[in-house]
Design a protein around this ligand. Sequence first.
Ligand SMILES: Cc1cc2nc3c(=O)[nH]c(=O)nc-3n(C[C@H](O)[C@H](O)[C@H](O)COP(=O)(O)O)c2cc1C
Length: 315
Amino acid sequence: MTTESSSVSAPSVSTAVQVGSLALKNPILTASGTFGYGLEFAPYGDLKSLGGIIVKGLSLKPRLGNPMPRLAETPCGMLNAIGLQNIGVEAFLQDKLPALPHQDVPIIANLYACDADEFAALGGILARAEGIAAIEVNVSCPNVASGGILFGQDPTQAARVTEAVKKQAGNTPVWVKLTPNVSDIAAVARAVEKAGADALCCINTLPGMAVDLERRTPRLANVIGGLSGPAIKPVALRCVWEVARAVKIPVIGVGGITSARDVLEFILAGATAVQVGTANFMRPDAAFAMAAALPAAMQALRIASLDELRGTLKV
Ligand SMILES: Cc1cc2nc3c(=O)[nH]c(=O)nc-3n(C[C@H](O)[C@H](O)[C@H](O)COP(=O)(O)O)c2cc1C
């Protein structure tokens, strides 16, 4: 494992990117729900070496999540049906945020709610909190019995939630995380951009299931869960490419990223930054290792900045 900072290892290469008004030292963020509240991963690398930390999805009140088992390994990834278990926004702001190095690494709060008013209330609370650099609105979780997926699947609903959060967010950037489970992701992206989103994150998980043949039972108590990991990388790349062509705001790629080369592939497809999710379960130092490896991967491609690569896919 290495925690060497990018500027030390390759001074001729700049890994810096700009997501709207937010400057990141490198494009590598951690995906919500796969990096706890950040501090859990401090033993595996220097949190400050990351582009940013996106914390576990927060709701107004604490949630227990779904019954276990709620994780299942699959050949090229993983299924989860956590059901948005979290400690609630107040406990996060009191107990977790102050301990995070928020002066040195942007902390992005991912939030989940069941209606537009609740989304707005949560957005307001988080935007007023000292140390939150951006808000990521999850309109795409497939694991909650009511609500979640509907917002993200319907351009009008997704826009309504975006507008409601934007009204409360003040200067705090609002990112909206899209679901791939639609026939036209570009249509949702355009509606959310029009509603004022500052960036779009693509993608959340895809619904899937795994079964135990001998026991004749589903592997997840919830039966269906969200598929993530390398299995979904081609879907995520396609979504990033389609969305980046449809909007002017930055796109943040997420889905199956496990190496610095994967990071560059997403940037080639049009992403400004990326998120590392399931890879954190495979190797708890994965995001740190990718941040450290990025300058050399850029040098191998003979690029000095990520702007040179972004969206240059020849089609
Ligand atoms: C265990 C687990 C929990 C997750 N929880 C959240 C969450 O709270 N909010 C959210 O927006 N996405 C959540 N996600 C989705 C991830 O942030 C990410 O979008 C998805 O896993 C695809 O990226 P990956 O293939 O790199 O894991 C979760 C994913 C996993 C595997």
